[in-house]
Design a protein around this ligand. Structure first.
Ligand code: NAD
Ligand code: ZN
Ligand code: ZN
Length: 346
């Protein structure tokens, strides 16, 4: 089969590799019908995630069809259409029992396209298939369901729920890529008074308006402290959500929060970011970090099937699987291409 293989920072290739085989009786082999690219894949290609080594197949989001299942798999069978989530769960360890699947101790967590071969391929081996896949409801397209593999649960859990967004809050979202936009969509479910999106790319700020931001700030030309100050009597945002993953945006997210405010970091950071405790110790702030757990996937599935959330809006470009090079180029240059999520179909 063909797959997108990582060959060290800046290097990847769509190349022929052996087809995956069932290794444990809890595995399933899934034919990839639709797959996408994540901002985290771009971090990997920058060399920010050293656990990803030469030869690894990238990708941790897919919708596909089960083609084989080990003898221990009880809930999915060949022919089933499934969502392959970015988080794999053994279902048995202490953290899985607490719904903290991202921290799984039994061989799960974020492993696809990280510690084991991922979804940017014609076929993928999915460990713990019973607890790591979700049947796709009738009438929902692959493209909609694909957004539940990572971005929607990430924005919702690590941004909105960790940030404890409440009715009436002013919520600032720094970074309006797919993750920031998911956080904006998720925040709207809680009736905030204002959602402020901050980004350097005009195309992303336009998208933020479509996804529910009331105010957009280009921090290349405007100071977001002024915009948020004018909405909050100079106090700052109740909740700030960092959805970029560079030191400057983490530090900005902290500065934008009011005393007693909550700062939810979503970004994957490859370098140290400074928490200015010499300024912040007195301000009663709460900073949260996290890897998505995907415990909200069943909730989000209901919100998608009932059209409370229009997940299909994230898709801006579609490609064939063999066009990964072009799909990465388009996804990595959103200012020029307007890309949000790119979808590759078999
Ligand atoms: N914690 C988790 O579980 C988890 C899961 C998935 C993704 N992530 C991370 O979330 C982050 C966002 O992912 P994405 O897919 O939306 O990425 P993306 O690269 O598509 O979007 C990032 C956005 O940040 C903007 N940006 C860059 N520098 C900026 C700056 N200095 N000020 C303001 N805006 C700036 C870019 O214009 C872009 O719109 C990434 O770091 C990704 O790795 C975390
Ligand atoms: Zn991801
Ligand atoms: Zn576990």
């Amino acid at each position: 089969m063909y797959a997108l293989v990582y060959h060290g920072p800046g290097r990847k290739a769509w190349e022929e590799v052996p087809e995956p085989q069932i290794a444990e009786d809890t595995d399933a082999i899934v034919r990839v019908d639709a797959v996408t690219i994540c901002g985290t894949d771009l971090h990997i290609l920058k060399g920010d995630v050293p656990a990803v080594t030469d030869g690894r197949i990238l990708g941790h989001e897919a919708v596909g069809t089960v083609v084989a299942a080990g003898s221990g798999v009880k809930t999915v069978k060949p022919g089933d259409r499934v969502l392959v989530s970015c988080i794999t769960s053994c279902g048995r360890c202490r953290f899985c029992r607490e719904g903290r699947y991202g921290q799984c101790l039994g061989g799960g967590g974020w492993i696809l396209g990280h510690k084991i071969d991922g979804t940017q391929a014609e076929y993928v081996r999915v460990p713990f298939a019973d607890t790591s896949t979700y049947p796709v409801p009738e009438g929902i397209s692959d493209e909609q369901i694909l957004m539940l593999a990572d971005i929607l649960p990430t924005g919702y859990e690590v941004g909105v729920l960790n940030g404890n967004v409440r009715p009436g809050d002013v919520v600032a979202v720094v970074g309006a890529g797919p993750i920031g936009l998911s956080a904006i969509m998720g925040a709207r479910l809680f009736s905030p008074s204002h959602v402020v999106a901050v980004d350097l790319a005009g195309s992303r700020l336009e998208a933020a308006k479509q996804f529910g931001a009331d105010v957009v700030v280009n921090n290349g030309s405007q100071d977001p402290l002024d915009a948020i100050g004018s909405l909050t009597g100079g106090l700052g945002a109740d909740v700030t959500i960092e959805a970029v993953g560079v030191p400057a945006t983490f530090e900005l997210a902290v500065r934008l929060a009011r005393p007693g405010g909550r700062i939810a970091n979503i970004g994957v950071h490859g370098e140290p970011a400074v928490l200015h405790l010499e300024e912040q110790w007195i301000r009663d702030i709460t900073v949260t970090t996290g890897l998505v757990d995907t415990y909200s996937t069943p909730t989000l599935l209901r919100l998608v099937t009932s059209h409370q959330i229009e997940a299909g809006r994230f898709m801006t470009h579609q490609f064939a699987l063999a066009d990964f090079a072009e799909a990465y180029r388009v996804f990595a240059n959103p200012a020029e291409t307007g890309a949000l999520k790119v979808v590759l179909n078999r």
